[in-house]
Design a protein around this ligand. Sequence first.
Ligand code: GLV
Length: 325
Amino acid sequence: MADIFVSRRIFQEVIDMLKEKGHDVEVNDSSRILPQEELIEKTRGKEGLICLLNDTIDEKFLDACPDLKVVSNVAVGYDNIDVDAATDRGVIVTNTPGVLTDTTADLAFTLLMSAARRIPEADRYSREDKYEGWELMQPHVGVDVYGKTLGIVGMGRIGQAIAKRAHKGFDMNIIYTDIERRKGVEEEFGAKYVGFDEILKKSQFITIHVPLTPETEGMFGGEEFERMNDDAILVNAARGPIIDEDALAKAIKNDQLRGAAIDTFEDEPDVNSKLAEIEEFVVLTPHIGSASLETRLKMVKMAVENMIAGLKGKEPRNIINEGVL
Ligand code: GLV
């Protein structure tokens, strides 16, 4: 049976699943991200790699690991993998879509609300024992969420889950942009398909749910912030490089928009220091969109099932590069 390398610590029960199938499994049983040279050293000679979104699987890696048959990414996003290069070399690539949709939408909506209602600021204030009694003009008066206009950039699975929450729970007026029009979503959630410019100009909240591609990289920069409402809050639980973070910090400081809730950073694990300096209406979290125990377990189980199928020569349920078969 094939040898598999797992690039980071994952649940033991799924390692056991692989072993039960007769695979030899080696795990980097730590939270340390292996530098690419080390990842190559560990993967070379193996047929399967289970990796995370911060492992770079590019041409250099693939050429150095010629025995590799399956790369199973434990994430829905796969911008860390050169899929074309994998296809050219006959390597199957899989991801974990669907199982994290609601968890990620919950987080994005939590971020939106936390920024609007200034929860982290209020939390810090309470812990620092600064609360001296209820008053009308409290220091953490925020802004309402219900009934506002929400611009959704990318109406895929997660975008739609956000639309459902916004429409059913918060009576929000939804406008969206996407590479295609989604009539079903329009009917179900009263969403209106508009151009990107209208999203920028009309939204009081904007939430990003597109993959990172050459087209979406830097989609939000200085010019876009200039066109946004000065009361807008921007939410990003997709991929950091979609936003120019320095320009975002500058725009918030210049009152071009009210704030931001950011879960993914341009240069992870670095958290942009200019954004971190801003206390008001800014919330920062360390890429925890899918981070619930239940969902993380579902993701690794799915990744392992994809691996087992791929190594058996069957088409994995979540294959990205079907053309490879
Ligand atoms: C997380 O960001 C994922 O792509 O699964």
